[in-house]
Ligand binder design. Structure first.
Ligand code: ADP
Ligand code: ADP
Length: 229
C-alpha cells in the first residue's frame, strides 16, 4: 500500500537542475529519514510533495491522488499532508490555541468549540496544554515547534513532512521535539523527515534515503546504513 509514489521527478530552478529523476515509493506507516549534503535537493523534494515547489517532469501520487495542475488535487493533497519547517512559522498575533484551530475552522469547517477541543487534545499529546493561551513569542523554540506539530496534526493528515525540525533548536529542546516525532512514528503515521539527527534515524526510521546532487544515491534500512561505512 504505497501512500507516496514518485516516478522520475525533475525540478529546475531556472537552469539549475535541483531534482534529477527522483523515483521512490513510501508505504503507509513508513518512517523515511532523508539525509545528504546541503544543497542536494532534500528540502526541494519534500516541498514538492505538497506543492510548495512544483515539479516540471515526472509524476507524483499522494494517497492515490495525482499531484497535477488541478487545484482540487493540490487542495486535497495539502489537506492530507502536514508540514513542519525549521522555522516554526506560527502566526505571531494569534494565541497557541488559535494557531491550531485556524485551519480546522476555515478549511475543515469545524465549529469553533469542536476545533478547540481537538486543539486541547493535541496540546496534551505534545505535552504543553498549559500554553494554550500564550502567544508564540512567549514560548521556547521547542515549545513553538511542538505547537507547529499540533497545528499540522489538527488537519488530521495521513502524512507528516518534517524539514529540519530541530535545526534551529538548543539541544535540550531538540530532545522534546524528537520525543513527539518518536510518538507520532509509533502511532503509525507516515513520516518523511529531513534531519541531521542520526540517533532518531537509527532508532525510528524504516529507511534512510540519501540525496546527492538532486538524486537518491542510497536507500537502506538503518542497520544496513550504519553498518556499511
Ligand atoms: P537541501 O535541502 O538538500 O539543503 P535544497 O532543496 O534546499 O537543498 O536546495 C537544492 C538546491 O536548489 C540548492 O542549490 C539551492 O540553492 C537551490 N534552490 C532551492 N530553492 C531555490 C529557489 N527558489 N531558487 C533557486 N534555487 C533554489
Ligand atoms: P533550507 O535550507 O531550510 O531549505 P534555504 O536557505 O535553502 O532553506 O532556502 C530558504 C528559501 O530560499 C526557500 O524558499 C528556497 O526555495 C529559497 N532559496 C534557496 N536557495 C535559493 C537560491 N539559490 N535562489 C533563490 N532562492 C533560493
Amino acid at each position: 500500500d504505497n501512500i507516496i509514489v514518485c516516478n522520475d521527478v525533475h525540478k529546475w530552478f531556472g537552469n539549475f537542475h535541483a531534482l534529477r529523476g527522483i523515483s521512490t515509493t513510501v508505504k503507509r506507516g513508513e518512517v523515511v529519514v532523508i539525509i545528504g549534503p546541503s544543497g542536494s535537493g532534500k528540502s526541494t523534494f519534500i516541498r514538492t510533495l505538497n506543492r510548495l515547489e512544483q515539479h516540471q517532469r515526472g509524476e507524483i501520487f499522494v494517497d492515490g491522488i495525482e499531484l497535477s495542475n488541478d487545484v482540487r488535487n493540490v487542495d486535497a493533497i495539502r489537506r492530507d499532508v502536514g508540514m513542519v519547517f525549521q522555522s516554526f512559522n506560527l502566526f505571531p498575533h494569534l494565541t497557541v490555541l488559535r494557531n491550531i484551530t485556524l485551519a480546522p475552522i476555515k478549511v475543515r469547517k469545524l465549529p469553533a468549540r469542536e476545533a478547540e477541543a481537538i486543539a486541547m487534545e493535541l496540546l496534551e499529546r505534545v505535552g504543553i496544554p498549559e500554553q494554550a493561551d500564550k502567544y508564540p513569542a512567549q514560548l521556547s523554540g521547542g515549545q513553538q515547534q511542538r505547537v507547529a506539530i499540533a497545528r499540522a496534526l489538527a488537519m488530521q493528515p495521513n502524512i507528516m513532512l518534517f524539514d529540519e525540525p530541530t535545526s534551529a533548536l538548543d539541544p535540550e529542546m531538540i530532545k522534546e521535539v524528537l520525543e513527539v516525532m518518536h510518538e507520532l512514528a509509533a502511532s503509525h503515521m507516515t513520516i518523511l523527515a529531513v534531519t541531521h539527527e542520526l540517533g532518531f534515524a537509527r532508532e525510528v526510521a524504516d529507511r534512510i534515503v540519501m540525496f546527492d546532487e538532486g538524486q537518491i544515491v542510497e536507500d537502506q534500512p538503518p542497520d544496513e546504513f550504519f553498518n556499511n561505512p
